[in-house]
Design a protein around this ligand. Sequence first.
Ligand SMILES: Cc1cc2nc3c(=O)[nH]c(=O)nc-3n(C[C@H](O)[C@H](O)[C@H](O)COP(=O)(O)OP(=O)(O)OC[C@H]3O[C@@H](n4cnc5c(N)ncnc54)[C@H](O)[C@@H]3O)c2cc1C
Length: 358
Amino acid sequence: MPSSSPSNKVVVIGGGVIGCTSALILAQRGYSVTLVARDLPGDLSQDACSLFAGANWHPFQDSSLQVQSWERIGFLKLKSLIPSGLVRSLPWVAYSKTEDDNSYIDTAWYNDLIPDHKTIPKNELPSGYLTGSSLTTLSLAPHTYLPWLLAQLQNLGVKVVRQKVESIEEAAYLVAGRVDCVVNATGLGAASLGGVMDEECFPIRGQTVLVRAPWLTYGQWVSGYEDGTFIYIIPRPDGNVILGGTMDNGSWDTSIHHETTLRILQNAYEAMPELSNGSGWEAIDVISSNVGLRPARRGGPRMELEEIKVEKGGERTVGVVHAYGIGPAGYQASWGMAENVGDLVYKHFRSTINKSKL
Ligand SMILES: Cc1cc2nc3c(=O)[nH]c(=O)nc-3n(C[C@H](O)[C@H](O)[C@H](O)COP(=O)(O)OP(=O)(O)OC[C@H]3O[C@@H](n4cnc5c(N)ncnc54)[C@H](O)[C@@H]3O)c2cc1C
């Protein structure tokens, strides 16, 4: 039987980078946290996105002020993890085969975080490229970073439950006693979760190739291919390198397209022959081809506190903090989103306590 006074219990639904980081911040702030997820760090399931990310920190030019503020927090936190070996500092060059407008580079919002962000003079561009820029960014390896997050949670006493929940209300009754707040970090799952059923959610399919090349010292982006594709090469802290990619809006197809794998390997080699020490694209040491579905949302990510009425054990209000739909930027935004989740959970508890005093 739930008690009538507010508890400090929070249930987080979602075991991706957003759910795990939010659970960690909440546990650090003293809440009693249970994390429930259909897929957990370590799983190879394509039903969750986080394992399949690049993953580097590189903002998109058109991101909202809210996303920028999350990414700012994310940059500082990820940078602080470099000594742990989970994150590496990564010199990065971006080239285009077409004449791009790079005028934003001098005024990009993150230039104070990355002071070496600059346009590459035309006379310094390798042949075949018309514009270019460089900066020093960060990268990480999801298959080591996510288990690290999970271990942090377990060290702080967060209970982790593998379970698919059908609705927000079901989550509010998952643990014994009274749960006053549920965090919805279900990514694309928000489209089919009872009490949410968000029709604005959509996938952005991304296909990549994971290869081994621990000798690489920088990452690279190339755009402007005639067929409209692009290439990225992201060396990770563990010596593996992710080659991408695609951004297929609205595609739920999780199968690997062989021709895309070939295109990625060939163009990545042309851009950076060091991938196989100049021995041809066929000599690149391929580990796997992968497909992940980025959890995007028309109108942008949802970060919002909602109050719902639940009736089991006596009618009361449960706070629901929605934190999903971050699309292609989940890692770089994760720490900022998690802090935002923490603030909204606090806001809900404060208003519940104030109401209980009336
Ligand atoms: C190819 C590719 C490259 C990328 N590169 C980058 C990059 O360089 N930098 C970057 O920042 N981001 C990158 N991303 C994006 C990043 O991976 C995502 O933004 C991030 O993983 C989203 O995390 P999430 O926790 O919201 O969702 P997910 O990882 O999808 O997690 C959702 C969780 O909710 C659970 N769930 C859903 N429904 C239910 C339910 N009903 N009951 C219980 N559990 C449920 C799932 O099991 C899962 O645990 C990339 C993505 C791809 C595919």
